[in-house]
Design a protein around this ligand. Structure first.
Ligand code: ATP
Ligand code: MG
Length: 360
């Protein structure tokens, strides 16, 4: 399992973070026995709720880091502690190497306004202001002059596809359009990181899909670091470079979509990803087998990160195996048997059997 505990180029670096709500919350992480209790036992014994329990991870520069989990698993609490919209109970958080817990009020305000902007589920728009002024709001707070902030806001409004609606009020917009305003407002301050707390869950599926595409496009064009909360697995798989799956305030698994689908950490994760179309997530690097001597000379070449779904097409078209090639070297081959076993989920069972064999 990838733990993400590598701070080479981390934007956020979080270690042993706890957030406990309730009376004398601080004693919970400090006391081995209390810290070890189940959620229900802890509430019964102390009246406290541990929303985030001993969580450590890094958000790498330029990645889309998805936090996923069912309702109540601690996602919002976790993301809010990152900029101390909620004060953590214990643990450490750094942002670009700076200790977030040591920031004074002014510095903290700067962090939230300029460096790590949040896009909320309920949009949080100012009802009496126009779209343009809503987008310019963050710049206004920063003290940017009127002409400059309007010009900047106009540019962003166009970027998120709202040209022509600059002078409407939020109530004159659809939910999807309002969310675009929320996104534009966060983007206008040009933050290093965008934090999204289930921004699209109120939108209907088609508009939601549109907004996901928008986020992917913005990410591709700007490479901005994003932390994205969702409880929707398909959204997580579509957007995430890495996904952190939470349950009861703890990390169950942290890895790429492919790692999570191909190699679920436990039964809970396996259940979670059971219905994912595996061929759309798993690559030929994982599906391939070693090549025979004669196979290395023939067959179409595929890059190792080619998805199985695309390899199926290549194999079907040529009627023979394909080679998985990196830097001119054949790493292995995939044929009908390999690719079908991915679709059928048999590769996962084979993996599990390999692991068992390795531990015996
Ligand atoms: N201010 C609070 N006081 C007490 N308990 C809280 C408070 N805020 C959150 N909790 C509890 O902490 C846990 C995690 O809540 P959180 O809002 O982080 O979950 P979530 O994963 O964001 O859920 P959802 O998907 O429904 O938004 C829940 O059990 C919740 O009831
Ligand atoms: Mg939430």
């Amino acid at each position: 399992m990838t733990t993400g505990a590598d701070d080479r180029d981390a934007v956020f670096s979080v270690r042993h973070l706890w957030k406990v709500f309730g009376p004398k919350a601080k004693r919970v992480p400090a006391d081995k026995e209390l810290a070890g209790l189940s959620a229900a036992e802890l509430t019964e014994r102390t009246g406290c709720t541990a929303a985030v329990r001993d969580v450590s991870f890094d958000v790498q520069r330029g990645e889309v880091f998805v936090v996923m989990g069912l309702s109540g698993s601690g996602k919002s609490t976790l993301v809010r502690t990152l900029t101390r919209l909620i004060e953590p109970t214990s643990g450490s958080i750094s942002f670009d190497g700076e200790d977030v817990l040591a920031l004074d009020k002014g510095k903290l305000r700067e962090l939230r306004r300029h460096r790590a902007a949040m896009v909320f589920q309920n949009f949080g728009l100012l009802p009496h202001r126009s779209v343009l002024d809503n987008v310019a709001y963050g710049l206004e707070i920063q003290g940017v002059g009127k002409a400059e902030r309007r010009a900047k806001a106009q540019e962003i409004v166009e970027k998120v596809g709202l040209a022509g609606m600059e002078h409407r009020r939020p109530t004159q917009l659809s939910g999807g359009q309002q969310q675009r305003v929320g996104l534009a407002r966060a983007l206008a301050v040009d933050p290093e990181v965008l934090l999204f707390d289930e921004p699209f869950s109120a939108l209907d599926p088609l508009i939601r899909r549109d907004m996901q595409e928008e986020v992917i496009r913005l990410h591709r064009e700007e490479g901005r670091t994003m932390v994205f909360i969702t409880h929707d697995l398909s959204e997580a798989l579509r957007l995430g470079d890495r996904i952190m799956l939470m349950r009861g305030g703890e990390i169950v698994q942290l890895g790429t979509p492919e790692e999570i689908v191909a190699n679920p950490a436990d039964e809970y994760v396996r259940d979670f990803v059971r219905d994912v179309p595996r061929e759309q997530v798993i690559s030929v690097r994982r599906a391939m087998r070693p090549a025979d001597a004669e196979e290395t000379g023939s067959g179409a070449a595929l890059a190792p990160d080619t998805l199985v779904v695309d390899a199926i097409e290549a194999v079907a078209r040529s009627g023979e195996h394909c080679r998985v090639v990196e830097g001119g070297r054949t790493l292995g081959v995939v044929d009908h048997a390999q690719l079908l076993s991915v679709v059928a989920g048999l590769d996962d069972e084979a993996d599990a059997a390999d692991k068992k064999a390795a531990t015996v």
